[in-house]
Design a protein around this ligand. Sequence first.
Ligand SMILES: [Zn+2]
Ligand SMILES: [Zn+2]
Length: 166
Amino acid sequence: MKCPACQKVMTEQDFGGVKVDVCKDGCKGIWFDWLELRKLDEKNEGLGNALKEALNYPRVNDENRSRIKCPKCNIPMHTHKYESSKEVNVDECYKCAGFFLDSGELKVIRDAFMSEEECEAYTSKLLAGIPEWQEAQKDLDKQKARADAIRRYTRFLRISYYLKGK
Ligand SMILES: [Zn+2]
Ligand SMILES: [Zn+2]
């Protein structure tokens, strides 16, 4: 699969039981496939070495980067901003629910999500701030699936997910 940001071929890696694609030879961005994330349950798989390595990638914040396309669906992805001490943009595909993080963003997000409350607040903010999403998703079941999807990945990104069960 090609990196949606820099078009280099991405490398599949194992992040504590979840397969992700990392742009090792290029921008160090990380692609999370929703089908992979769905395999996650509450069991703690531990912090994989690949994830540790990714957390050390330098932070890149290219405000001028043009909108990227989903490498799977080839449609424009939507950018969510998460504001903490530093700003993080999460690019997400509404069709396949995959998402892309620029180098270093994973660490910022993980550092930011330390509590269940913060995670919920983030989820609500994402859902509330997406007019196109609300427009496109009229039926309730889809909205609930959507909320569950975001909850799952925010939980996955939180450092406490990996510390649980140690
Ligand atoms: Zn790249
Ligand atoms: Zn997609």
